[in-house]
Design a protein around this ligand. Sequence first.
Ligand code: PEP
Ligand code: MG
Length: 575
Amino acid sequence: MERIRGRAASGGIAFGRLVFFQREEETVKKHRVVNPQIELERYEYAKKMALEEIDGLYNREIEHIGKDHADIFLIHKMLVEDEDFVEMIQDIILNESCNADYAVHLAANQMASLLGRIEDDYMRARTLDIKDVSRRLIRHIQNKSEQSMKFNKRTILCSMDIEPSETTRLDKSCVKAICTCYGTVNSHSSILSRSMNIPSVVSLGKALTEEYNGCEAVVDGYSGILYVEPDEETIRRMIKKREEEGRKHELLKRLRGRRNVTLDGIEIGVYANISGLMDMKYVEENDAGGIGLLRSEFLYLQNDDYPDEELQFYTYRRVLEKINGKRVIVRTLDLGVDKNPDFYDVGEQQNPAMGMRSIRICFERPDVFKTQLRALYRASVYGNLAILFPMIVDPDEIRKIKTITKEVCNELDSEGIPYSHSVEHGIMIETPASVMLSDELAREVDFFNVGTNDLEQYTLAVDRHDPRLEKYCRPDHIAILRMIKIAADSAHRYGKWIGVCGEIGGELSLTEAFLAMGIDMLSVSPTNILPLRRKIRSLDLSDKTAALKRHGVLRDIDIDEVDKNSSENRLKKHS
Ligand code: PEP
Ligand code: MG
């Protein structure tokens, strides 16, 4: 037996067989061919396969998202068979004696740029469909279709690392656990594995080698340990641990329906962080008070192209409907860094965490931003919607956002499309600048939501994706706690509310500090909701100052005293 220790990223015990995943790079290079006829045949074969695949998707999605939305696949089918498109591809193959995948790639680009120039939103939207269709064709020509994320039953997926978009495509009934050589607990893939309830251990290092491919193994996602070829004793211990954890979970279920109230009567909202509709069953199971963060970018990462207004509208509407009037906070597109879909070319960046990401991309691509906002406002009539804007560093950005949201609402008005006028608008507090300017920012918005994952990264100068730096990323660092307190005071000064939706919201050793600061809502992975509720119900916050001092949020010396001294010193200097 080998015992490999990593970092516990998502709890749970899983038994299975190790399967190493190799990511294939999608490249389309042009090369001359001797026999173009063979390329024509490869293309015909890919066309047939793509059509079959699209048929399958259409039938599956009718079940999931309804006929109206599944019709997009009928459009894709028409595009694959479109005579002009087909002829263009055939001509390129024959005239340039080149490979079929390159011909598809070129024809799709030419067609997309033609359509992109037409002053018609519908036709422009079709350019995205063409890209989608061409990607599908190319995958089939290169014989790479969907190879990547399909696994046998009882798979323990092993990899150097895993991307968020790959994680979302995993089939939970087959993939029992995820183990990676690299990766951090706060990466989006780890966050996803927690929401999806898949046990995960990251940062296992070089000890996780491909030599173990096919070996039996057990993953302890609570302690962050992978046992390869476990012995009898370990198997028995792990089965027992799994049963004990199951029993603990059953006990926690008794807290469903109870209030999140401390012994001295302070109540706080406990909401769920989710990535899409697929997480709603865990939201319900764990009795969340609302959705505190819907990371909408996963809708983009799960698709081959920017999701259109209808698909987004449908998703937001279903989430709002499923939660029966509880608040749903949808964060607008937060792409970039580790969340880069193929269709968005961000270009070379020296420092992506500080580069083109998030709201900056939305400002660069107002068409994409507006599509999302339209879908959100349209869905707002189906429940209690709040919209959250990420990565804010300046009040000017909020003014810019307001101009755009106003344009979108005006458009909807002129089209006679209804939307709710009580949608709340808030911002993520996840940059040091937003903390420093929280007083100004609080006047401009309805609420704050603190994103500690990024706030830690930018404040403590720690790349959240570098496992070597995890020891520097301490969730209880007083710089972070004091920053949250500053933001909370600013919000409350203007009668606004504040939540914490970064991963430290679920850190039970800090629950007391958050309550003492007056945080109004904690939003955590669905599986963390019930343990957090139990913690809240065990606390007594009657002496908040003492609690804040215990956590280093307030210093022992009296703050008024410091202020008095500094003004006296000033007076002395000038006298
Ligand atoms: C955060 O930064 O804390 C946050 C909640 O957002 P994300 O993890 O998606 O960057
Ligand atoms: Mg963030």
